[in-house]
Design a binder for this molecule. Structure first.
Ligand SMILES: [Mg+2]
Length: 358
């Protein structure tokens, strides 16, 4: 998104660029959240990243076009950080042909191939795909890296550890960025395994391990920059655990606080460490006025609303495209064309039914 920085964090206007990216991500999420049920036009589960904007904002400063990013399904911020087009993301959520995946992926399978950005709904799944991409970059001797963004829940599974072992063995250009937000859906870290940091386990594989404040964008930029440079330079894989928190619910626009899985005091404490508040404080110290910040917000909002309007007006995908995105045309292994499956499932007007909020 931004001009690539060699090591990040030193430019005098770094705080302003970080704030712009973090605010864009925040406003996209807030507008989506507000309009999610408005016309019932976004029929895909959506995992908002409110509170977790710092890491994608920092990566936006560091990633280059030739770098690849694979993330979990809380992916909107990283999609934007990689410079993928906002309009295609909003259209994807609306299931439109102009969407990043032709309207076939939705929020949980968001990808934009031209930007080398990929995400996936299967917990831990994209970690293995990221490893493959990093292997290809090394095999082709490309001066690039792959970032694998995972949640703490993914490291309850084995694949993350297998990836670290293989990446270390082959010194692959892989940055594993583990967003530890304390919960896998609604289950706290201490209820799922030994109550220690994920990085304690990751250390066993011989990969350099770093633990960072995941809500401080400036600190993340300063610390991740040299690590990215080192990986691109052939230094091998790095594991970073960034400690952060989602102040929104696990999935969907409704609050899930009534489930009682986290104490209100905990949410309130993390709200005080909001990445946007931290950056606003820095900018105010640098002389930014409230009017300037409001003008930036209005500018970003106008772009988001325009993308939203374009998505609403865009055509739906052609039914003939359903097969194209599932299997190569003419593949003998496809016993039942996907179109038939969909038509069967939606028989009886179900396709017109309004989906229940979840
Ligand atoms: Mg988590």
């Amino acid at each position: 998104m931004a001009e690539a920085a060699e090591s990040g964090g030193n430019a005098p206007d770094a705080a302003r660029r970080l704030y712009r990216t973090a605010l864009l991500i925040r406003r996209v999420e807030e507008i989506l959240l507000a309009r999610y049920h408005e016309a019932n036009e976004m029929r895909c589960p959506m995992h908002f990243c409110i509170g977790q904007e710092a890491a994608p904002a920092a990566l936006a400063e560091l990633l280059r076009p030739e770098d690849a990013v694979y993330t979990h399904y809380r992916s909107h911020g990283y999609y934007l950080a990689k410079g993928a087009p906002l309009a295609a993301m909003i259209a994807e959520f609306h299931g439109k042909a102009s969407g990043a995946n032709g309207g076939m992926g939705g929020s949980m399978e968001l990808a934009h191939h031209d930007s080398l950005f990929y995400s996936g709904a299967i917990v831990g799944g994209p970690v293995g795909l990221a490893l493959g991409h990093a292997f290809a970059q090394a095999y082709r001797k490309e001066p690039a890296l792959t970032v694998s963004v995972v949640g703490d829940g993914a490291f309850d599974e084995g694949i993350g550890f297998e990836v670290l072992s293989f990446a270390a063995l082959h010194r692959l250009p892989l940055l594993v960025l583990c967003e530890n937000n304390g919960y896998a859906a609604h289950t706290g870290l201490a209820d799922r395994g030994a109550p220690d940091l994920i990085s304690t386990r990751a250390r066993a594989f011989g990969v350099p391990v770093h633990v960072m404040d995941g809500n401080d964008p400036l600190q993340l930029l300063a610390r991740l920059g040299p690590l990215c440079d080192g990986i691109r330079g052939g230094g091998g894989p790095v594991f970073c655990e960034v400690l952060t928190y989602r102040t929104c619910s696990h999935v969907g626009p409704e609050s899930d606080d009534a489930l009682g899985y986290r104490p209100p005091e905990e949410v309130a404490k993390w709200r005080l460490r909001d990445p946007l508040l931290m950056l606003e404080s820095v900018l105010q110290d640098q002389g930014a006025t409230a009017a300037e910040l409001a003008a930036l917000r209005d500018e970003l909002d106008a772009g988001i609303q325009a993308a939203y309007a374009a998505a609403q007006a865009a055509p739906a995908p052609a039914p003939a495209d359903l097969d194209r995105f599932v299997q190569p045309a003419g593949d003998a292994q496809v016993a039942i064309p996907f179109t038939e499956v969909v038509e069967t499932a939606f028989r009886g007007g179900q396709a017109e039914a309004r989906l229940e909020p979840y």
